[in-house]
Every structure is written in structure tokens, then in C-alpha cells.
Design a protein around this ligand. Sequence first.
Ligand code: 5GP
Ligand code: MG
Ligand code: MG
Length: 179
Amino acid sequence: MGQSLITLHDKAFRPYLSAAKIGVAIDQVAARLNADYAGRRPLFVVVLTGGFMFATDLLKRFTGECEIVFIRVASYEGTESTGKIQEILGLREDVQGRDIILVEDIVDTGTTLHHLLPTLQANKPASIEIAAMFYKPASLRYPLALNYMAMEIPNDFVVGYGLDYDGLGRNLPDVYVAA
Ligand code: 5GP
Ligand code: MG
Ligand code: MG
């Protein structure tokens, strides 16, 4: 991994996690998924945009039969009673009775998932689990079952490996943190 600072827009970032370390963490979470989903043909639902890089590396390591779809989440404020509404874009598959594994870049406060999960549950899947590359335990605000987190990180803003700073940095193979 490069040792030097990088700049994205106006902000400096320093090296934080190497692609090699990320790879080891993904090996471990993939091994657990391979064991837990043996013979089950799960439907991986990859949440774009940030999830693309983790999904690619994770799914190359998944050895069983599976299907893969990509979704986007559009959020807008609903009425006072419904709160935030999450609309799922791109999910054409019938998820009823399926074993779903949501693939996310990072779980921070958990707000995104807290609102997304009920929308998916309404379509009666057999199960839903969440796989994320990064997880910030100190930030979590909702009681979510987070069984396939590849790596826990402190409450820092990171970029790279799918994660952006105002649109930039998603392509970086290593992860950086604000300097
Ligand atoms: P949550 O809803 O769990 O608070 O946050 C989920 C989303 O916030 C992530 O999918 C990601 O887009 C963004 N996010 C949270 N933490 C970070 C971070 O450290 N770096 C970047 N680039 N985005 C983050
Ligand atoms: Mg995300
Ligand atoms: Mg972002």
C-alpha cells in the first residue's frame, strides 16, 4: 500500500488499511458464508454504489450456487407516522421464500438498513442476513443482527474500496482516513 497522503477534492487522507488486510478479512467472512449457506442457493442483493467492490471480492469467494442482483436505495421523507421511506430500485426478483444476503459497503449508524429491512421483509423472504465490508460498532443506533461483518473499524470517516468522499475515491484498492 502507498505510504503517502492522497488528496480528494480539498481534503487530505492517509493510508489506513491495505488491500491485503481487506482480502484476509473477506476470506474469513466468505468461509463462514460458504459453511452457513451450503446447499441453500442464496440471493445476494448488492446495495449500490458503495457495495460494488466488496461484492466483487466476496462473491468470487462464494463457492455455492447463488444469484446476484444489484439495487439502489432512494430515500425520502414520508409522513410523520411513516418517517423515512426507503424505495428499492432495481429489485425485479421475487424474494418470497428466498435466503437473502444484503451486501453493503459499511454499516455506520445503521439508519439505511433500519429503513431498508422492513421493505424487504414485507416481501416475505425466508431469511435476511447482512454482509458488510466495514462496521462501526461505536456508531450503531439500531438493534440490527450483523452476522457477517468483514471488519470492525473505529468511528472514522474512511474512503476507498468502494467508499467515496463526495464522489471520489471509490476506485482505490486500499482504504484511507482523513489525515
Ligand atoms: P448508515 O445508514 O449505516 O449510517 O450509513 C450507511 C452509508 O453511509 C454507507 O452506505 C455510506 O455510503 C455512508 N458512510 C458511512 N460511514 C462512511 C465512511 O466512513 N466513509 C464513507 N465514504 N461513507 C460512509
Ligand atoms: Mg451502503
Ligand atoms: Mg457516499
